[in-house]
Each structure stands twice: as C-alpha cells, then as structure tokens.
Ligand binder design. Sequence first.
Ligand SMILES: *Cc1c(COP(=O)(O)O)cnc(C)c1O
Length: 364
Amino acid sequence: MPNFLPPMSKVHNFSAGPCILPQEVLQEASEAVKSWNNHGLSLIEMSHRSQPFVEVMDEVRSLTKELLNLPDRFEILYLQGGASLGFLTTAYNLIPQGGSAAYTDTGTWANKAIKEAKHLGDIEIVASTKDSGYTSVPKLGAVDSKHSFLHLTTNNTIYGTQYKEMPSDLGVPLVADMSSDIMSREFDASHFKLIYAGAQKNMGPAGTVMYAVDTAALGQTGRDIPSYLDLQVHLSKDSMFNTPPVFPVFTTLLTMRWLKKLGGVAAIEKINKEKASLLYSEIDRNPLFEGHADIDSRSNMNITFRLTDDTVGAKFDELWNGAGISGIKGHRSVGGYRASMYNAMPLESVQILVDVMKEFERTI
Ligand SMILES: *Cc1c(COP(=O)(O)O)cnc(C)c1O
C-alpha cells in the first residue's frame, strides 16, 4: 500500500462539521489568541467595543456581503445560537402575527426548521422528498402568495443532496438555511429576503451564525419580538447588541480574507466542482461503491455513499484509517459513508480517498 499519510501528521479531515479550515487561518487565529498584533492583549481578552474589534466586525460584515455578491438591500449580522436558533429567529422576524409560511421538507435540518416555525404561524409543507428517503431535492412550483416566504435548506448535510440551481421567481420571497453550502458557489440572491448559516460548516469555527437580511423585510410582523431574537435590534447595534462571539467572528474574517485572496466564490466553486466530480466518478466507476443521492440532486459539499457489499466494510475502514482519513463515517440516520469536502479541503485529500477506494478494489 502506498503511503497516503498527510504532511505534518495532520489528518485528511472530511468531517461534516465543525469543518476543516485553511492552515494559514488556523495559524493566524492561534497567534491572535496568544497576542493579537501589537495590541499587547489576546484577541479573546480585549473589549469588543475597542476600535480593533469594531473594525473586525465591520470588515467581516462587508466582506461577507461582497463575497456573496448580495444586493445593497441586504445587511449582515454575526450572532449566536447557531442555525438552530436561526430556525426560530427567521420565523419570528418574517411570519406576521396570524400569518403563514411555506416550507420544503428535504431532511433532518429542514424538519427542525419546520418544527420551530410552527411556534409562530401556519406552516404548509409545499414540497417533500420524505417518501423517497430524501435521496433528492423536490422540484419546486409556484407558491400561494398568502405565504410570507418559502423556506429552503439549500444543501442537506446529512443526506448529501443540494439544489443545483436556486429557484427563480416562485411568487413569494425565498428564505434559506445555507449552513452547509454558503460561500461554496455563486447564486442569484435577487429573490431572497433572508439567508442564514451556521459558520462552522464552511466559514469558520462553531459559535456564530451569519444572517444576511433584506432590511425592508423586517418590522412587518406586528409582533413584540424578544430583544435577542429581533434582527432589527441587532442591526441597530451593528451586530453588537451584546458581547459578540469574538473568536468565531475573527476566525471567520480570516477565512473570508483567505477566500477573497483565492479569487472569491467563483474560484472556490470551480475547485469544489473538481473535487466533487473526482469522488463521484470513482463512486460510479468502482463496483464496490454506490452513491446515496440521486444524480441530479448530488451535493458538492457532502458526498454520501455506501458499499455494495457490507461484509467487506472492516477492510475498507482499515484502509482509509491507515491513510490518515478522518470523519467519513455516514450520519447514523443514513449509514454508509459521507465525505464532506468544504472549501478548505484540498483536492489532494480527495485524491487520497479515491486512491484508497481503488486500492480497496485491487486488494479485496
Ligand atoms: C449543521 C446544520 C445546522 C445546525 O447548525 P447549528 O449551528 O449547529 O445550529 C442547520 N442546518 C444545516 C443545513 C446544517 O448542516
């Protein structure tokens, strides 16, 4: 067996989240924790009201908007509570008192979003792939205009499915949980009014969630919204209503700078497509493997697959473990394997996994 061990004894990190981050980001973030620039303090012991941190928050907000190529009507927030609180916050801010919203049911996270939204309005599930085991995302048609928005989970982290194209005009504004494919590809935001994403899948470490919100969409519900859940409160304080998660926000900024230097979202999209097609080709070619998701719904971020013969699983596990690959066991609800290939994953690591799959075929 050739030596597949990664350099510097780092593993090839295929974890679904928290995600792999660029080495240079980890380096700079860890230095800032010890002592940040020439401030004589650690990043995490400095006031969030200090000029240097205010600049961090300003830069991460403007860079996020720039990288996502969002129209001017959008503002960016970095808050706490993850995408899980985002499920509730979204509904609180956008479903009017006594109103309704349309949701798509494309798996575990979509269902969690639906559960929270039900606290705040009538929720109609307008499209679902539950009956086919969530192996695809549904075709979307026009939505009744009585609904305040249509909610999508753009990439289904657990099942490995993804909308290959964002829907265009469906008659109501779009709202999306983009936790696991934000910043991975370009998209047209013109029909969206809110996008949220936990940082830890593609943007930074756990501990902060990004909201991109059309400011004109807020303040329309007639509700008395509790302060922390009210996006207008956070906007009025420039994302510093309370102490922000300084380390996750700073590290997210470093990742954004890294992405910009690389050529932005268009450049990373090309690399992501290359990585995904490398692995999908091997899954389709190698008779020992089969993909989980339907071909036209396959995710470029989380690639789910399984063995055609389960009895040889121990041998495959031994091979990838020996190659320094980590984090490819499938989610418990799907089984098999899942290779998450977020922005910072190098093509070389995907090649190693493919080499291991070929080696498995040769030696079994
Ligand atoms: C991981 C994930 C979440 C949950 O995010 P938290 O920040 O842990 O709350 C929500 N939606 C999707 C699509 C995810 O992949």
